[in-house]
Design a protein around this ligand. Structure first.
Ligand code: ATP
Length: 293
């Protein structure tokens, strides 16, 4: 069991393997130190221009080894919260700590370096369609200057890693194909491989399955879950379908009108507990997954 595994067990509220009684815990203080959340948001307020607050007093922690599902009606602030975690939202008050950095205090250059450590996955995949699948994955390592050799190509070690990642997401046989020739689910898996190419410390997935059929939605979420489990990388994933959140997360955070309404381990939640997130929401009709899950 690695330190990351151990931190993940602690994050899930489990006792680390080999620790039989609380008396043994002090010896693990270094591990507990690692148990500190990777992301810590406190009392976050965001407003666009002179508009109303779209996030109002948000607290959020993301620990190593946990996949957190973000639920909420359309306009509740999910994407804005994701943007705040990469310093792209107009933060009015509060703190957003990622690793040792408080994003609200960083200069642009420092912010760019933090962003390079955050792998992002979007609903529309954001691949370059006419480039090969392999090249799309390789672009995930572009922030690392060593990835490109003097001849203008990618180094062989980066190509090897990109192929390994494509293998991991089950799509290595498509490496030479144009990205635009792939199905939506395949493209999303390429996008995940590209995010992993960054060697991210955190993955943000903003509605990554909104364009996918139910079976492929599960495949993609299981893939993200496996990354959290095997490598300890925390994943924050926004979802519109409540059953998917209940099936594929360690914890659920529910937003309503820019505030946290629910925040609890998924194992302690039922669909009924999540209903208030969508109460009187006639616009999106989201959450239940009757039609789309
Ligand atoms: N760039 C912007 N300028 C002004 N208002 C914005 C901007 N981006 C988002 N908003 C507003 O902020 C609020 C929250 O939007 P946000 O996109 O974060 O919600 P969401 O929960 O992600 O919605 P959806 O599920 O529809 O994607 C909405 O009222 C939206 O209109």
């Amino acid at each position: 069991m690695t330190v990351t595994d151990t931190a993940a067990r602690i994050a899930r509220g489990q006792r680390p393997a080999g620790v039989r009684s609380p008396a043994a815990a002090p010896a693990l203080h270094h591990v507990l130190h690692e148990h500190r959340p990777l992301v810590s948001v406190r009392d976050l307020q965001v407003a666009y221009g002179d508009g109303p607050l779209v996030l109002d007093g948000i607290d959020l922690d993301l620990h190593p080894g946990e996949m957190v599902a973000l639920l909420g009606s359309s306009g509740s602030g999910k994407s804005t919260l994701m943007k705040a975690l990469t310093g792209f939202a107009p933060i009015g008050a509060g703190t957003v700590r990622v690793g040792v950095h408080d994003l609200t205090r960083l200069h642009r250059g420092e912010l760019r370096r933090v962003r390079a450590q955050v792998g992002q996955v979007f609903q529309q995949f954001n691949l370059v369609g006419r480039l090969s699948v392999l090249t799309n994955v390789l672009t995930g390592g572009l922030h690392d200057a060593g990835a490109i050799n003097l001849a203008g190509g990618f180094s062989s070690s980066h190509r090897r890693r990109a192929l390994e990642l494509l293998d991991r997401v089950g799509i290595a046989h498509k490496a030479k194909d144009e990205a635009r020739s792939l199905s939506g689910g395949q493209q999303q898996r390429v996008a995940i491989a590209r995010a992993l190419m960054q060697r991210p410390t955190l993955i943000l997935a903003d509605e990554p399955v909104a364009s996918l059929d139910p079976k492929m939605s599960c495949t993609v979420l299981e893939l993200l879950h496996g990354i959290t489990r095997d490598e300890g990388i925390p994943v924050l994933v926004s979802l519109h379908v409540m059953p998917l959140a209940l099936a594929h997360s360690h914890r659920i955070v529910g937003l309503r009108d820019g505030r946290v309404l629910v925040s609890a381990p998924t194992a302690q939640l039922s669909a009924a507990d999540l209903e208030p997130i969508y109460a009187n929401d006639h616009e999106s009709g989201a959450g239940h997954g009757d039609d789309d899950a």
